[in-house]
Design a protein around this ligand. Structure first.
Ligand code: I3P
Length: 109
């Protein structure tokens, strides 16, 4: 699955709140492949062509959990992704349908 997603980092690897200065929204081209959600700067690229930054932004979603971000109302179609290493991301999809589809696919892994 792939498509445009905006990301906001809410908590870092130890579960601590992401500090100010790194809490902004950023738009990515997301590609879900196997157990990894790639958050790429640009459109689809084969793995071999991913930049260092793209690889750094990739999220392991094995044992992650995606839910609708019911406690976040500033933007529509936002899901909350909790990873197994305690990171928390908010991800905004372009539509309700896309958000539901991402939630379903992430939780299937
Ligand atoms: C953050 C940025 C986010 C905002 C966040 C700010 O600043 O303005 O858009 O979240 O508020 O901290 P920075 O880019 O300097 O990290 P919202 O869009 O959800 O308001 P927050 O600290 O209340 O999450």
């Amino acid at each position: 699955k792939h498509g445009v997603l905006s990301r906001k980092s809410h908590a870092d690897m130890d579960g601590k709140r992401t500090p100010r200065g790194r809490r902004g929204w950023k738009k990515f081209y997301a590609v879900l492949k196997g157990m990894i959600l790639y958050l790429q700067k640009d459109e689809y690229k084969p793995d071999a062509d991913l930049s260092e930054v793209d690889l750094k932004n990739a999220v392991r979603i094995h044992h992650a959990m995606a839910t609708r971000a019911t406690d976040y109302s500033k933007r529509p179609n936002v899901l909350k992704l909790k990873t197994s290493d305690w990171r928390v991301f908010l991800l905004q999809a372009p539509s309700e349908e896309e958000m539901m589809s991402w939630i379903f696919r992430i939780n299937l892994v």
